[in-house]
Write a protein that binds this ligand. Sequence first.
Ligand code: GTP
Length: 538
Amino acid sequence: MNQLSYKQLIALPVIIVILLIIYSSYLMSRQLEEYARFSHQEDQLLTLNHAVHYLENHGTTANIIQQINTISQITGKRLTLINLQGEVLADSALKQEEAEALENHGQRPEVLSVIQNLNSIGISWRYSNTLKTNLLYTTKSLQINNSTLLLRVAMPQTEVYQNLSIYRTLFYISGTIALLIVTGTGLLIAKYINRRIEEEHQVLERKVQERTQEISALNDISALFSACTDYEELYLILTSSCQQLFPKASGALAIYHSSKALFTNVTSWNLNNSTTHHTFSHDSCWALKVGRPYYKKINAIGCAHNTDHQLAANQLCIPLTARGETLGLLQLYSDEHNYLELNRTTLSTLGENLSLALAGLILLDELRTQALHDPLTGLFNRRHLDEALKSEVSPAKRNNTQLATMMIDADHFKRYNDIHGHDAGDYVLQALSKSILEILRSEDIACRYGGEEFVILLPQTSQQDSIEIAKRLRRVTRNTSLQFKGKTLPNLSLSIGITIFPTDSATENNILKQADAAMYHAKQHGRDQIVCYGDIQT
Ligand SMILES: Nc1nc2c(ncn2[C@@H]2O[C@H](COP(=O)(O)OP(=O)(O)OP(=O)(O)O)[C@@H](O)[C@H]2O)c(=O)[nH]1
């Protein structure tokens, strides 16, 4: 629908106001006429009363006609003296002989009513045949020298209408002024409303534009999030996006470590560096406790994890969850009044996108772990061993250090399975893997090579040191008590082959062959022993 102009908007109310004014003018005019007639009648009755009173006190039969004429001159009204038979005795508007020649007034309504009741006052608005004009007649009885007479006062109605026309003129002038004021005010109000609507419209348009830009920016961020292949990339995009989209806010991202049941800040922006690496528990955040975003206004209760930013006016914590699991916490701080509140929807959407991205990375991690690990023992698998060999040989070559490779095989494992069952075999392989991990350093790499065979890469390790490690492993394996389904299982013996790069002239391609050859040699010579490839070559 086309927008109406403010003139169109006020046209209908103005027409209604004008009609109302015309109608009320008509009513008012009638009221004014009533009022004018009433006030003139009152005025005339006052004159009549005064005249009667005066004549009763000062009038005599001899001077009555003169008195009437005098009063008429003073008041400007016509006075007529009539007897109870209706005969006119005197009239201030006529000569005495003309007055006496007048027809009997006994049937005039204002006279007749007083003749019938001497205490009453006769009033009549009518046409005067004598004066040829409309008059207001009022009549009252009076006592002069013990005789009862009637005094009639008359006044032309033209006076009434003169006053009425003054009243009307005043009314129309004030009405026109009022109409002009009302119309002018209406126009101004309509103009003001129209301007406000226009402003509101512009504000809305601006908001829609901003929201569209925000949505587009969020889409871009979401696309970048989903393209991330590692956490560092994700943190970088989050930090730069938040700084760009919400320049008046600072913030941090914490990741949940289920193993420790703790959150650790992994990145932050516009905050001091101590925020990153800050660790806190689930209970120290209201958002985590209630399971939905928590917005803290100024002076409200803040979260306990927010130790450095307790003074920030506003704080918004958004739990990051996916498939019902808590993955992390997005924290935002701002000293700008209402800033976070105004951007809450966008920040929540950002939080949702971030949750999805984190869930994607966790899944990717799980897939990577599955792809590179052996499901039974949790050690690296053969695929990872190939990669690890390449990445360990290079630094050994570059730094001229030794890389020890150990091939471990459980002795007579087939028999073990046959006697104690496949499940017990699995259990023993898991126990052996645990023992291997226990004796290794963090930089060592343990892999399940296949079946009951294991390979360990020991960077920067000499033959002597690797023999010590192998001995320790055999000792631990021998001494570990194996309890399975209420039974104590016998311990395994191990045959271990060792080769040292580059001492044993091994190359990247034959390290495993040499370790296998040494292990095979151990098998051939009675099992349960450690053989170094270098020793069987000499
Ligand atoms: N329980 C269990 N057994 C496995 C697994 N992988 C391989 N094996 C068994 O390990 C046994 C290996 O047998 P062999 O290669 O003959 O070797 P061995 O019996 O250990 O004899 P030597 O190596 O000569 O001492 C086979 O019976 C396989 O079935 C596994 O994941 N779990």
